[in-house]
Design a protein around this ligand. Sequence first.
Ligand code: NAD
Length: 261
Amino acid sequence: MQLKDQVALVTGGGSGLGRAIVERYVEEGAHVAIFDRSHERIEEVTRALGGKVIGIAGDVREMADNKRAVVECVKAFGKLDTLVGNAGVWDWSKSLVSTADDALVSAFDEMFAINVKGYVLAAKAALPELYKSKGQMIFTASNASFYPGGGGVLYTATKHAVVGMIKQMAHEFAPHVRVNGVAPGGIGGSNLAGIGALGQAGQKFSELPLNDLMKQMLPLERAFHAREYAGAYVFFANRKDNQPGTGGVLNFDGGIGMRGF
Ligand code: NAD
């Protein structure tokens, strides 16, 4: 019970990695508020986990929704110790060369609004409660935060931006609130959505041959399931073990950069 009586808010907690973090946090004794745009997914997770979680439906791109999520969380559980910023979308590695000019402008806005603005707004909304609890923020970065080839120009740019955001927030919020990130590689059990403006609404991440792809790409030669990534988020949320760390991003990606020449 590494997170006994701790309270967390997880954006994108209805599916994939976010859902695995929620389940693991509950196993470790935490109360969790799930903030997701999908009512159905929220219902499914809250039904499965009972009274230890609540769900808030909303869009991470909206300041009012982020604030409402924090208010509901504190109303239900009395405080907030950990914000996990995690909701995100992918561009299916769409190349800039093949992207039409008119789609590019709205695709850029959609991608940055969810993957970067969503994190900044969640941080701003959670900050007053995290100052009170001397808590922490944990953001989902990606292998694409460090290496090319895990997305197109838009996705890779957003995930690099997340690293800069984490460092600046860690600098600004010290010594009150710690800010760290986890950079996973390909995630089994994910339903990562594409960009509407690029016509990717119908593409299903779950149908990718992830295990085969990861076997070729990774020194550790397999895909890892969302559940296998969740422990890193326990580490950063565990007040006993995380006190010295702020501004760090943990590469937790099957060793993607360790191929050598
Ligand atoms: P997922 O689609 O399974 O889960 C993401 C959740 O975020 C969904 O439930 C979705 O409804 C929610 N969401 C999306 N946009 C939202 C919005 N505007 N407002 C509120 N909720 C919204 O995907 P996942 O793979 O678990 O992705 C989680 C994070 O992991 C993302 O930040 C992603 O970039 C990152 N990541 C994923 C992979 C991968 O291989 N899937 C690899 C590295 C990093």
